[in-house]
Ligand binder design. Structure first.
Ligand code: MN
Ligand code: MN
Length: 451
């Protein structure tokens, strides 16, 4: 017998996990909302804001946020943070359309939001889809107005139009990438005086949009896919699937008896999709500053050298998704080294294109230690490459963490249609990604020691 909304082939724990992940996804439609949803879960589990913690001891649970977008959370290990951290780091931003600072215009009697692409998308995929508008408007006096339109029952949605096939002959002759211009990915905001509605309903003046971050994302929550419900379709699996798996694993560490062998930490960062730049991206000093704050609270002593040493002996799973092989696009696969849906989370030793340029190449010794830990915990996992040489490649936050000298390997959930408005993941892989991160956190000091 098949229960509605439940995946049948999975055990009770797995089903529970997938339902909670889908709940998180439905709330976390933007990086700010993912941050808020994560902080809510952390506080419920007894994590304290690091700024309110003067002294830390083994087993303490703390978090530190940055700009309301990037989040660090940790459970302090038995020997304090100076002994190094085990980090699972993912990102919570996802490809989308951002509203321009002056987004409102009217053309041919239709009111539009002018948009700017954020992250790597195939432009045509964003046409004729129900879209939602999320974001924060900050008025001159500092007050914030939260906007969320398109996902609540009864909400209107937004849409980008496309030309009908009868008139679309010229368009269809074009290369797919040229079929829609980036400047034409503008969203229908209404037929009337949109400005007046923003003012009346939200107290937002046109000029207030100058200091706003408003994002267009697909409307609708995650859905089970397939007769066996073995897949989940959602906007933003990349990389909320790994971010949530890391968070969920850390919550398990926090609720377990006794402190972990090493300080276990999760980083949920912003701006990965545009190169990890900016203050809330992984290229900023947020991570090392936070480690310094932790070590300072270990014993009131955070000499620069202590922080550097701790960073250097830290170990990290760069928790980001990878591309699953799509049987209809075999030319993209690194045959024999491609990841498959349903075979577990995937480790990627290096991500760069044909020449490995720009890749953080994990050393064999660290991979051996990770293999040991995962196999001992009986977690299914696979090893893969990010696409065929000269066709594939891509970047993650791995290289920004590797600069501290720590061991880091990309390790995350395989996806079909990555970066599409709706991405597909195997439900079982989602759950096993969490199990893998938990095995990494739970491993004994010896199991992950490399000589
Ligand atoms: Mn990613
Ligand atoms: Mn991505």
């Amino acid at each position: 017998m098949q229960e509605r909304g439940i995946i049948c082939a999975m055990d009770k724990e797995a089903k529970k996990y997938i339902e909670s992940y889908k709940e998180f996804l439905a709330k976390a439609k933007t990086e700010r909302r993912a941050y808020a949803a994560a902080v809510e879960l952390l506080e419920k589990a007894g994590f304290r804001n690091l700024k309110n913690a003067s002294r830390l001891k083994a087993g303490d649970k703390v978090y530190r946020g940055y700009h309301g977008k990037t989040l660090f959370a940790a459970v302090v290990g038995r020997n304090g943070t100076s002994a190094g951290l085990r980090v699972v780091g993912g990102h919570t931003d996802a490809p989308r359309l951002d509203l321009k600072p002056k987004p409102l215009y009217e053309k041919g009697g239709i009111a539009y939001f002018d948009t700017h692409i954020y992250g790597g998308i195939k432009k045509f995929q964003w046409l004729v889809l129900p879209l939602a508008l999320y974001g924060t408007v900050v008025k001159k006096d500092g007050t914030k107005v939260e906007i969320a339109i398109g996902d609540a029952p009864g909400d209107p949605v937004f849409m980008i139009s496309d030309i009908l096939p009868h008139f679309g002959k010229d368009q269809q002759e074009k290369k797919v990438k040229d079929a829609v211009a980036a400047e034409d990915l503008d969203v229908i905001a209404g037929l009337g005086k949109v400005e007046d509605i923003l003012k009346k309903r939200y107290g937002v003046e046109k000029d207030d949009l100058l200091s706003a971050e408003l994002e267009i994302v697909p409307a609708g929550g995650p859905r089970d896919v397939g007769l066996d419900r073995a897949l989940v379709a959602a906007y933003g699996h990349d990389d909320r699937v790994c971010a949530y798996a890391g968070l969920s694993a850390l919550l398990d560490v926090a609720s377990a008896k006794g402190a972990p062998a090493r300080t276990c930490a999760v980083v949920l960062c912003d701006k990965e999709e545009i190169g990890s730049v900016g203050a809330s991206g992984m290229d900023s000093s947020f991570f090392e500053n936070t480690v310094a704050e932790l070590i300072y609270r270990d014993g009131g002593n955070a000499r620069d050298i202590d922080v550097r040493r701790a960073l250097e002996v830290s170990q990290m799973l760069s928790a980001d998704v990878c591309a699953a092989s799509d049987p209809h696009f075999p030319d993209s696969d690194s045959i024999g080294n491609e990841a498959h849906l349903g075979k577990g989370p995937c480790a990627i030793k290096y991500t760069g294109p044909a020449t490995k340029s720009g890749a953080s190449d994990a050393r064999a010794e660290f991979i051996a230690a990770v293999r040991r830990v995962l196999d001992d915990a009986k977690v299914p996992w696979q090893m893969g490459e990010l696409g065929r040489a000269e066709k594939g490649g891509g970047g993650t936050i791995a290289k920004f963490m590797a600069r501290f000298g720590m061991d880091v390997i990309d390790f995350g959930t395989p996806l079909l249609n990555m970066h599409a408005p709706w991405e597909l993941a195997s439900a079982e892989d989602c759950y096993n990604t969490k199990r893998a991160y938990l095995a990494f956190f739970d491993a004994s000091a010896d199991a992950l020691t490399i000589d």
